[in-house]
Design a protein around this ligand. Structure first.
Ligand SMILES: Nc1ncnc2c1ncn2[C@@H]1O[C@H](COP(=O)(O)OP(=O)(O)O)[C@@H](O)[C@H]1O
Ligand SMILES: [Mg+2]
Length: 372
């Protein structure tokens, strides 16, 4: 409740009426109180509005900004990222476009940009107004909520059970091995062989699951992604050769280094490489490529295969725990890979065409602009 002294008497010259003055005041009131950063320029690129959130976000609190040329205040902005001047010069607008980067503050996050043109009475362009919603904290919060509470409790119970299953399983496998070594009968020996393989596959499911619910402590270091690929390739080349798969690597020495947990990222890459190999039982081409996307400031590690591809209706589910189309699949490989990449504030893109192949791209943000 406002106290009596919170109210002020409007001065004569700010009486709101339904006139251009009214609309100017109305606009000023709403832009100043908006929760989004708002900047407007006139057709010459002179700043006409710069609201409180913009000042706060751009750390220009004490500087006079209104009346200054936009380019003088933001001289570092590349012309294609200069949404306001682009709008005025090319007569175009942006409607709620989400980017993981804000060119004005050089911040990484989740930002929704909108730019609208302002027209004069005669229809000519009088300027443009830009509005930026910062959804970074909201998204972080949502991610935290998804990752904690009920999910954590269920995971813990399941992890406890997985541990309990693994111990007797290891003992059973030991006895089977002993029996196998002393088995005089060939048919029986082959049954024991199959039983051991089945136990190994259960063990693999349990290990993947435990890695998922109990991620290893993070060992972040500055890493050159080319090195990661070289390390992982050593492990993959034999498997690829067995299935008549040609491996093509496209390293790139001109990429920035990333702050990553190498062990975890290699784990994620191996899960994806394993899927790629499994998708090409009759052979094919496996391409691993590293590149830098200057626009999103991300290093991309892309793994492509020429295998069977993913059915359109399955695309939405491939990251879900236990989703698998393979009879011996755990359905945890991609869930784990996705979790690892998310820990790095990155994301995974998937492109797939049935019968043609699949490309999975691990995208990692770069905070350090040094070149590798
Ligand atoms: N490269 C790929 N080509 C075709 N299908 C794929 C590929 N990668 C993943 N998939 C699909 O996604 C599913 C889930 O993969 P994943 O989580 O690794 O579990 P799993 O390999 O144990 O089945 C796979 O069963 C398969 O249907
Ligand atoms: Mg897999």
């Amino acid at each position: 409740m406002p106290t009596p002294e919170s109210w002020t008497t409007p001065s004569d010259d700010t009486h709101l009426v339904s006139s251009p003055i009214f609309w100017r005041a109305y606009a000023r009131f709403f832009t100043e109180n908006a929760k989004e950063a708002v900047i407007a320029v006139d057709s010459h690129g002179i700043i006409t509005v710069f609201n409180a959130i913009a000042k706060q976000s751009f750390n220009l609190e004490n500087k006079k900004v209104v009346g200054q040329p936009f380019q003088k205040i933001f001289p570092f902005i590349l012309s294609h990222e200069n949404y306001l001047l682009q709008a005025v010069q090319h007569s175009r607008e942006l409607k709620e476009v989400e980017y993981s980067y804000c060119p004005y503050t050089k911040e990484e996050g989740t930002f929704v940009h909108s730019v609208a043109l302002i027209y004069e009475d005669d229809g000519s362009i009088g300027g443009a107004i830009w509005l930026r919603k910062d959804k970074t904290s909201l998204q972080k919060f949502q991610r935290e909520v998804n990752d904690t509470s009920i999910h954590a409790a269920i995971s813990q119970i399941a992890a406890g059970m997985a541990h309990e299953i693994r111990n007797p399983l290891t003992t059973a496998r030991g006895f089977l091995q002993l029996a196998h070594q002393n088995c005089p009968n060939e048919a029986l020996s082959s049954y024991l062989d199959s039983a051991e393989e089945e136990i190994d596959s259960i063990n693999k499911i349990i290990s993947d699951f435990l890695a998922l619910v109990h991620p290893q402590p993070k060992g972040f270091q500055l890493i050159n992604c080319n090195d990661l690929i070289t390390d992982v390739l050593e492990l993959v080349e034999n498997a690829a050769a067995m299935y008549d798969i040609t491996v093509l690597t496209k390293l790139n020495t001109n990429i920035p280094i990333c702050f990553l947990d190498a062990k975890q990222v290699k784990h994620a890459m191996l899960s994806i490489l394993q899927n790629a190999i499994q998708a090409m039982p009759q052979g094919g081409l496996l391409t691993i490529k590293v590149s830098f996307d200057a626009e999103t400031k991300e290093v991309h590690i892309s793994i492509s295969d020429t295998g069977k591809g993913i059915k359109r209706e399955n695309l939405e589910q491939i990251f879900d725990p236990f989703f698998s189309t393979r009879t011996d699949g755990s359905g945890l490989g991609l869930t784990l890979a996705n979790r690892i990449v998310s820990y790095h504030d990155g994301h995974i893109n998937v492109y797939s065409k049935e019968g043609k192949g699949t490309t999975i791209v691990l995208c990692f943000p770069v905070n350090d602009t040094k070149k590798a």
